[in-house]
Design a protein around this ligand. Sequence first.
Ligand SMILES: [Mg+2]
Length: 296
Amino acid sequence: MKTALLLGGALLLGGCAGGTAKTAFPPEPPLARPGLAGMQYLYGSGESAAISRQAWQALTFYVGEAMQGKDRRSVVLDEGATLENPKFVPCAGKPPAAVFDVDETVLLNQGFEYDELTGAPHRDFDDRWARWEKTGGHAVSPTPGAKEALDAIRRMGVTVIFNSNRNAFNAAPTEQAIDDAGIGPAVHGQTLYLAGDDATGSMKDGRRHTIASQYCVIAMGGDQLGDFSDLFNEAVSVPARRAATALAGIAPLWGRGWFVLPNPVYGSALQGGPDDIFPSTKRWSDPAPTSTKEPR
Ligand SMILES: [Mg+2]
């Protein structure tokens, strides 16, 4: 990203010199905050919007099939289950529901991230986020395709329930933000579960099990692996976390009960250095690392 911005700055300056092609010196890179590339992708790009619609349309199709079939399969891991040996909460006799994370799953927090990008650096995140929950409801949007999908599955008779790590103290403005975005209703304790509703903090399995004790949860959506099971957050390394998504009992769930929305801006996906990200067998170093341009 930094390279692209530097190049962009040099080209811009070069183009201002009375039509004469000059190399700008010294090139002044535009002010860039960390995370700009992720925000460009998530909040600005058509590519991200297309992925979002792809997920929501796949979810709508999957739920439609599940509602027409006799086998309504739960996708909430039962207590005592492991990722290696997944077992699911029984569904017998329960009405169908679908469970969704809120932030960057059904809502895009554009106002907060604009402030993140343009406001003073080094502010306390928790305090700022609490103020955002209270006052930022006007500056969010539904993720592309979310409203259409939630409207459609509600029409099928599926109860839509939100399981968020927003704070229970701010339940009222969160209900309002979801309603105002056109994807409600969200009623705290009924169709909206929040951090502070139980004693497990930001872990979501407890709230998931409370929901699954009343409903047959046939689909879930989220932008973090913890939106599907807290067990993913027990993985001890970046490669282990990635490998967990490919386990025999887990891999078939992606797009078939578990639906992931993109988030390159924040969260558990953004961790690890080069040694964590690139397997030792998949590394390459340019054998001629010079600035000389070679013919192709
Ligand atoms: Mg989220």
